[in-house]
Ligand binder design. Structure first.
Ligand code: MN
Length: 130
């Protein structure tokens, strides 16, 4: 159950490793994973049908960025909620690994995540602190 999976290049940029913690098993809808991003790695833009809770466990400089330009800097111990349907991405900073526990609730036919286009290098750079 906890075998590490490498993230697919179609959904992430850079190297990301995912350890499943809990798969959806009705009646529970909880899906939980520990996700480890190498420096510079990030998800594509995406949204979650029922929202998502991210709890940062390790690393300095992690980011959660939403379409309206809001940038949240992650420090270990921080918890961030992304509302249902809100387009966002998350990932490591430029020079440090970042790990978070990702928790979401699945929908009838899957995990409810809608995957979109990659975060460009320009978008990633723009989210970094001065
Ligand atoms: Mn997300």
């Amino acid at each position: 159950m906890s075998k590490t999976a490498k993230s697919p290049d179609t959904l992430f940029t850079g190297d990301v490793y995912i350890n499943p913690v809990k798969a959806k098993s009705e009646p529970s809808r909880l899906i939980a994973s520990i996700v480890r991003f190498t420096p510079g790695a990030r998800t594509n833009w995406h949204s979650h049908a029922l929202g998502q809770t991210l709890h940062c466990t390790d690393g300095v400089g992690g980011l959660v960025v939403s379409r309206d330009g809001t940038v949240i800097r992650l420090t270990p111990g921080d918890t961030v909620w992304t509302p249902p349907g809100e387009e966002h991405w998350h990932g490591a900073g430029v020079d440090c690994m970042m790990s978070h526990l990702a928790m979401l609730e699945g929908v009838e036919d899957g995990d409810g995540t809608t995957w979109l286009e990659p975060v460009t290098d320009e978008q990633y750079a723009a989210a970094q602190p001065d």
